[in-house]
Design a protein around this ligand. Structure first.
Ligand code: NAP
Length: 265
């Protein structure tokens, strides 16, 4: 069990739909937060909306895709809080399109933001955590990281990779006290999803959760030290079925994929 009070947490994606709710709820738990975004303006707005002592917040304007950005995160945490206890990799991007229509640059950007940057951030925070022999890394995945979805190929690929990375790193660190968690929400009502995704979700009856509920579930999983957690039913069950019988899921999702194609850009 993890007690969150006074934990010094790096939260990437802090200005996004899920990140804002995580920040709000982590403040209530008494955490010290390093809030990461590329936009200083959005960070200031977020900080103003949080009922936290200013000295418990550190606003970190950084692009996680750059080496300078990742170094800034570490430097700011050391300066403000003398270190860090947890990294929550929430930042992410997504496209809803066919592989052929997606530009090479966007494919690279999705993989860079959703996999490479979280991996490099883990590498960056680990030496300090290993020296303390204490720390927790939480990677926010997706149902799409266990069930490959048509029209979300690069996003699905990125989340599959993030899940594999989390599992391998957990095993690599098994002899230490560093915890690695992978927490996978199903669809969430945030601006990650374009209006086309909302229209498609309505037609195919895709379940969509509210971000405050998802943040609550993520925090619950962190407190309970879940190693892997799939949020939502029946999605959590479909994750298991797809792992054992992918051919069955190919057939079961065929008409849904066909219907979804109408909405892609
Ligand atoms: N929404 C869903 O349906 C859903 C479902 C399952 C899993 N998830 C996962 O949950 C996480 C959060 O999603 P969300 O819905 O909250 O997304 P969102 O509302 O679109 O927010 C995305 C966040 O990522 C940050 N970000 C993106 N690129 C960045 C970069 N290069 N450097 C620094 N920050 C960057 C954005 O910050 P700035 O733009 O301010 O820099 C923003 O805070 C993602 O990993 C997503 O894959 C979402």
């Amino acid at each position: 069990m993890t007690i969150l009070t006074d934990q010094r947490i790096i939260l990437t994606g802090a200005t996004g739909g899920i990140g804002i709710e995580l920040a709000k709820q982590l403040v209530v738990q008494g955490c010290k937060l390093g809030l990461v975004s590329r936009s200083n303006e959005k960070l200031e707005q977020l900080a103003a909306s949080l009922s936290s002592d200013a000295n418990k917040l550190c606003l970190i304007s950084a692009d996680i895709n750059t080496s300078d950005g990742r170094q800034t995160i570490i430097d700011q945490m050391l300066k403000s809080f003398d270190g860090y206890d947890m990294l929550i990799n929430t930042a992410g991007i997504m496209d809803f399109t066919s592989l052929l229509e997606q530009s090479d640059e966007r494919i690279e950007a999705v993989l860079q933001t959703n996999v490479i940057a979280p991996m490099l951030l883990c590498k960056k925070v680990l030496p300090y955590m290993l020296a303390q022999n204490e720390g927790h890394i939480v990677n926010v995945g997706s149902t799409f990281g266990s069930i490959g979805f048509a029209w979300f190929t690069s996003y699905s690929t990125s989340k599959f990779a993030l899940r594999g990375f989390s599992q391998a790193l957990r095993r690599e660190l098994a002899e230490t006290d560093i915890k690695i968690s992978y927490i996978a929400p199903r669809a969430v009502r945030t601006s990650l999803n374009s209006s086309a995704v909302y229209d498609m979700a309505k037609e195919v009856k895709m379940n969509m959760d509210k971000p405050d509920f998802v943040a609550k579930q993520i925090i619950r999983s962190i407190i309970k030290d879940h190693k892997e957690k799939y949020l939502g039913f029946p999605e959590a069950l479909f994750v298991r079925i797809n792992a054992i019988l992918p051919g069955l899921v190919d057939k079961a999702t065929r008409s849904q994929n066909k219907a979804a194609k109408k909405y892609i850009s």
